[in-house]
Design a protein around this ligand. Structure first.
Ligand code: ADP
Ligand code: MG
Length: 496
């Protein structure tokens, strides 16, 4: 890991420090309590965030137990365990032209792919990204879906002769929609609520596929939505297309989620359906998990001030949106009791979410002796122009504690899913090669986080079993994955 992580800082307790202060004169106190007054806070933080093996074990077991509860009945556990209604995964034999539409953040993406079957696979692919104006994110359902349908229509108009649609067929779309949806079939689902800054009126309670179809009709666009999928499910389908040992997909980006292939006979809440297939994908919505997580005062305060207090606690502990903010809160406390950033408190540090996970990442890659990059980030982002070398080292150590805990807990979640799967399939997971497909900006860009996560998986599973587990990055699995699911669920496809 980063060289700066090992710098020793005296571990006197916070209480001792305060007593020392009161006993001495005011002058001595401020002169003798510079950066080192932050040391007890760091020591406490490290202890609370250590996530040693027994804690990871408890988390993995609780995750597995909660998965079982959620599969038994809706609302029985913290994990929703949402059936994806995906019963046909892409096999590699798919051929033809398919589109995908991805709505899940501040951009929507459109993509087309020409599939060439077993040998040729992906013959050609093109995509475009359109940013969604703020007023559309807060407008009406019709305005949002008209905006999307117009973007799609413009993109379809640029289709060149590299792409071929057989005569008499409609263009088919896989629609990646990363908001909570009550899925009713592979090609329909009702929006439960908007999240991530969307506040579009009139959509909750409606079938989002019907909304898209209506907008496409208004645009005179004759296409058909063949699959509605969550981004995690799209990632699993995309990764499985290239490597059919893929059984689990995890997204670690702004938020986090995981899905996996489950045997239909072990899903009690689906037993009333006659499914006729052995497997399906379950979207865990694991961000909602909270049982046994090692949390600090900083996590509790951040949660209390969030727009969804008490919800998404696992997400708030391990995902990209929050890690920088947790570190900022620790630094605020340190700056209040010590001269960590000089005599005056840097004003910008008081601003929630000003310090972002990519900043932590950039600081942790600084291997120079004087931590010059750390200095310039602290200066630019929080306005700390007087951070001593000792202060810079402290910031790295705080970041590392939070990143390490996040990575280790994400690893415990993965081990929990794998152990649950192994338990019910005896030998199907640890007796052979099993791939966990990873995607998301946090996983992709933060090497330390990635390493901590993988280490935790190995610690939990042991060297023998973890030999069979491959944790692999799939770039843009979800976009292609949605198009592949449209192909696998094409109304023109032969029955599999
Ligand atoms: P989303 O999750 O919104 O679909 P991404 O998967 O691209 O989007 O993830 C974006 C998130 O990834 C950012 O919010 C940020 O937390 C994290 N991230 C992006 N770049 C970096 C980086 N260089 N280092 C660490 N985290 C990053
Ligand atoms: Mg995403």
């Amino acid at each position: 890991m980063s060289a700066a992580v090992t710098s020793p800082i005296a571990a006197t307790s916070f209480a001792q420090q305060r007593r020392g202060c009161r006993a001495g004169s005011a002058v001595r106190c401020s002169a003798a309590a510079p950066t080192s007054a932050a040391a007890p806070i760091l020591a406490d933080l490290r202890l609370q965030c250590a996530a040693p093996l027994p804690v990871l074990r408890r988390v993995a077991d609780a995750m597995a137990a909660d998965m079982r509860a959620g599969l038994a009945a809706d609302g029985a556990g913290e994990l929703k365990m949402i059936p994806s209604h995906v019963y046909s995964l892409p096999t590699g034999n798919e051929t033809g032209l398919f589109y995908a539409l991805d709505l899940g953040g501040t951009n929507f993406r459109v993509l087309r792919v020409q599939l060439g079957g077993k040998d040729k696979r992906v013959v050609d692919t093109e995509f475009e990204q359109v940013s969604i104006p703020k007023e559309i994110m807060r407008g009406t359902t019709e305005e949002l879906f008209d905006f999307i349908a117009m973007g799609l229509s413009r993109f379809v108009a640029t289709e060149s002769d590299k792409f071929h649609l057989p005569q008499g067929r409609k263009r088919e779309i896989g629609f990646t929609f990363s908001f909570p949806v009550k899925q009713t079939s592979i090609d329909s689902g009702i929006l439960i609520k908007w999240t991530k800054g969307f506040a579009v009126s009139g959509t909750a309670g409606k079938d989002v596929v019907a909304c898209l179809n209506a907008a496409m009709e208004r645009q005179g666009l004759d296409m058909r939505v063949s699959a509605l999928v969550n981004d995690t499910v799209g990632t699993l389908a995309g990764a499985h297309y290239w490597d059919d040992d893929t059984m689990v997909a995890v997204i670690l980006g702004t938020g986090t989620n995981a899905c996996y292939i489950e045997q239909t006979e072990t899903i009690p809440k689906l037993q009333h359906l006659v499914l006729g297939t052995r497997n399906t994908i379950i979207n865990t919505e694991w961000g909602a998990f909270s049982d046994g997580l090692p949390l600090t005062e900083f996590d509790r305060e951040m949660d209390g001030e969030s727009i969804n207090p008490g919800e998404q606690i696992f997400e708030k502990t391990i995902s990209g949106m929050y890690l920088g903010e947790i570190v900022r809160r620790v630094l605020v406390k340190m700056a209040q009791v010590s001269d960590l950033f000089g005599h005056s408190f840097p004003k910008k540090l008081a601003e929630p979410f000003v310090l972002r996970t990519p900043h932590l990442c950039a600081m942790q890659q600084d291997n120079s002796d004087n931590l010059g990059e750390v200095e310039s980030i602290l200066n630019d982002i929080i306005g700390a122009s007087q951070a001593s070398l000792e202060a810079r080292k402290t910031v790295i150590q705080v970041s590392d504690s939070i990143i390490r805990r996040g990575g280790r807990l994400a690893g415990a979640g993965i081990a929990g899913i794998l152990e649950k799967m192994e338990n019910e399939s005896k030998g199907q997971i640890f007796g052979r090669r099993t791939v966990v497909a990873m995607d998301g900006g946090l996983y992709e860009n933060y090497p330390q986080y990635r390493e901590y996560m993988k280490e935790a998986v190995v610690e939990l599973l042991g060297p023998e079993q973890s030999k069979h587990i491959a944790i692999e990055h799939t770039k843009d699995g979800s976009g292609i994955g949605a198009a592949l699911l449209a192909a696998a669920n094409s109304k023109y496809a032969a029955q599999f």
